[in-house]
Design a protein around this ligand. Structure first.
Ligand SMILES: [Zn+2]
Length: 423
């Protein structure tokens, strides 16, 4: 590998991602669940790369790793760059890790050029975003944002180990979780570079794009109840077939979502009872997941979907029951960070395509603390959470260049972000 000193090197980022991916519980894809010995080995590598890039490194009580590169003004708030170091089971090499390694890369370039910005830069590798081990989400970033709930410490993994004891085993003090929280005036903003996990950039033929917001999600379970009967003896017009009703509801959901793009709605799970080839379905239970960056539009479309479902069920003499399982608010990226990313994309010779994130990211939790922005990098066929997850070296390099230009724009003297922070 040839690394030109003082320049962003996609090869170096890629090689580091490969090295990290070697550390896995499974051979098929990357499995590095939070606080395991594999996770810690991965974190050790990251620690070394951060130190080599001129950063002072610390690990907080929720096991987030933070590298700090001082700026010229000692009391200026830090611009944070990061993502997560945990993976799903049999996941890919890029989801999460790319944002951390790209952050290290840009600091390394500043360091090699002997350059200090006005503001400190902090690169952060969050300890648990995917939440696979403890069935939680954004553990690390919530602790930093000051929204971590102490009840979370009692959650257990499948072997019965609590989150608190997993952290204690690493020599950390989980009940001192408040020490991981950052005061808002310590932080200028948070930027996350992440693979797109969707197909838009590939379709547009672009290496990277600017994220305008992260969709909020509403999840429901629903039940359509009819009447089970003999598949041979009951004529069609006398049936109360719950599955036919559910099918009509699903098509109505699809139609309403399409009419309200870019909203997305998915019925991902259906269970048919009694579930036999010779019995008319008497009951269908299912899930509905609906996501949008516009909370008002989302709630209107949900109302329309529920109205359509009730109308369909009345017409078919079925009953319809629905229950909300969870709801998250959308996160809007900060206009000034979006503008800085856009102009960095343009100055690197690309079109700036605005993207919405349908998946959750640490930036959602960090938005409770500070202004956030995200850069997406094209990934092959939009595949993620899969061993086939792939981002090309040249796309990674372009994403990191955009990240560096964005960071410089946001931290130069008299930048709008800085002025606002001071006022
Ligand atoms: Zn991720």
């Amino acid at each position: 590998m040839e690394v030109k000193k003082g320049q962003i090197c996609g090869q170096r980022i890629s090689q580091r991602l490969e090295e990290l991916a070697e550390i896995s519980e499974t051979k098929n894809g990357v499995t590095r669940l939070s606080f395991t010995k594999e996770f810690q080995r991965g974190q050790d590598l990251v620690k070394k790369w951060m130190s080599d890039a001129g950063m002072k490194v610390r690990v907080d009580n929720l096991n987030n790793i933070i590298g700090r590169y001082e700026g010229t003004k000692p009391s200026a708030p830090a611009l944070m760059i990061g993502s997560h170091l945990d993976t799903v089971i049999n996941g890919g090499k890029y989801d999460g890790m790319l944002g951390v390694i790209a952050g290290i890369e840009i600091v390394q370039v500043l360091y090699e050029n002997d350059t200090r910005l006005d503001h400190p830069i902090e690169v952060i590798g969050f300890s648990d975003e995917e939440g696979v081990r403890f069935h939680s989400t954004f553990l690390g970033s919530k602790a930093v944002a000051g929204t971590f709930s102490p009840q979370t410490l009692e959650l257990t993994d499948e072997t019965g180990i609590t989150l608190a004891s997993a952290l204690e085993e690493l020599g950390l003090e989980p009940y001192q979780y408040k020490s991981a929280a950052r005061p808002a005036n310590d932080v200028l903003g948070y930027i996350e570079l992440h693979i797109e996990q969707g197909p838009v950039l590939e379709k547009e033929g672009l290496p990277c794009g600017v994220v305008t917001g992260i969709a909020g999600a509403s999840r429901f379970s629903f039940k359509v109840t009819g009447f089970a009967g003999h598949a041979g003896t009951v004529p069609l017009d006398l049936r109360r077939d719950a599955l036919s009703g559910a099918a009509e509801i699903i098509l109505a959901i699809e139609k309403l979502a399409k009419e309200n793009a870019p909203i997305v709605a998915t019925v991902g799970k259906l269970q048919v009872n009694p579930g036999a080839s010779n019995v008319i379905p008497g009951e269908v239970t299912g899930t509905l997941d609906i996501r949008d960056t516009d909370a008002v539009r989302k709630s209107r479309v949900i109302d329309e979907i529920l109205h359509a479902a009730n109308t369909i069920c009345q017409k078919r003499n079925l009953s319809f029951r629905v229950e909300k399982i969870m709801e998250t608010d959308p996160t809007l990226c900060e206009a000034k960070i979006i503008a800085a990313i856009e102009s960095s994309i343009l100055s690197n010779g690309m079109r700036a395509v605005p993207l919405i994130s349908g998946a959750g990211h640490d930036a959602m939790a960090m938005a409770d603390l500070t202004k956030v922005g995200m850069i997406f990098v094209r990934c092959k066929e939009g595949i993620s959470h899969n061993p086939a997850e792939f981002a090309a070296v040249k796309d990674i390099e372009m994403g990191a260049k955009v990240l560096l230009d964005t960071v410089i724009q946001l931290t130069v003297k008299n930048s709008n972000m800085e002025k606002e922070k001071v006022n």
